[in-house]
Ligand binder design. Structure first.
Ligand SMILES: [Zn+2]
Length: 286
């Protein structure tokens, strides 16, 4: 073996582990957060029963279209969380064969510490009190009237986008009704958006067919993969407050003052403070 060949082999051997590490770093995983109220064809409250078979099929179809789109766009792994009402809507029998299904209640980090490459929303609705938002609410239409992040009204979209941002993960796609799409666009203008229905009232919508919604979502999911590394994580910097105004049926318990970082504003309203988003978010237990 010539000296130059030996040197080049040594160089190759030195490079191989680095190449493997680079490949692992480039491996792309997408975490999909699902909900029911923003699914095309879902416009009535009775359809959001997690055991409603039509809604299950509609949501599953949109989720699987997104998974296929992400795979078309180069995803190596797609993890789908069944995020609607107690995680009883999706099934491993019908989920896309190449997706992984995450079932059950998640802690405050929502598994973001797994450092996904990107986060996406499927079937998402707008925050509480938005006119034209189909069944719009913030975490609980029965329990929460209003949610404020540093004084600004927010819902599931902005809080979860900020949570992903706290882990340096960008949000690349949202499908839902027009109001939900506008909500993400306002904070992540570069994200891909799939508007599957337009709200004409809380329980009135103009919806795409399931087939058209799936085709749109698949295409946008494929395109969204190219945003990884280009669209920035959404970060809420500095000390953070999260204020929860409950509904009257969910007014505060007498001991609410003793919760760490909490200030009782009135009998229905509590404000959590912390040094950063993650600390306040964890205290709020949303
Ligand atoms: Zn929701």
């Amino acid at each position: 073996m010539s000296l130059s060949k030996r040197i080049s082999l040594a160089v190759l051997a030195a490079l191989l582990p680095a190449a493997g590490a680079a490949q692992a770093a480039q491996s792309k995983s997408v975490f999909v957060i699902t909900d029911a109220e923003g699914v095309g064809g879902v416009c009535r409250q009775d359809q959001t029963d997690p055991k409603d078979t039509e809604m299950q099929a509609l949501l599953t179809g949109e989720v699987n279209a997104a998974v296929q789109g992400f795979l078309d766009g180069g995803a190596d792994e797609v993890v789908v969380w069944d995020g609607h009402d107690g995680s009883q809507t999706l099934s491993s029998l019908t989920i896309h064969p190449k997706a992984k299904l995450l079932m059950g209640v998640l802690g405050p980090t929502m598994t973001m510490e797994r450092h996904y490459s990107a986060v996406a929303f499927i079937g998402q609705h707008a925050m509480a009190d938005v006119r034209g938002g189909v069944m719009a609410h913030s975490y609980s239409s029965l329990g929460i009237q209003n949610l404020l992040l540093n004084g600004k009204p927010v819902g599931e979209i902005e809080t979860r986008v900020a949570l992903a941002g706290a882990f340096d993960i960008p949000v690349i796609l949202l499908s839902g009704d027009r109001a939900a799409v506008q909500e993400l666009r306002a904070i992540v203008p570069g994200a891909e958006l799939a508007e599957v229905k337009e709200g004409l009232g809380r329980y009135t919508c103009l919806t795409l067919s399931a087939e058209a919604a799936r085709a749109l979502i698949r295409e946008r999911a494929r395109a969204a993969m190219s945003l990884i590394g280009r669209v920035k994580p959404y970060k809420v910097e500095g000390p953070v407050t999260i204020q929860i105004e409950h509904t009257t049926r969910n007014s505060l318990s007498p001991g609410a003052e003793s919760i760490q970082g909490a200030t009782v504003v009135d009998d229905r309203t509590i404000r959590y403070s912390g040094k950063d988003f993650l600390e306040t978010w964890t205290r709020s237990r949303l």
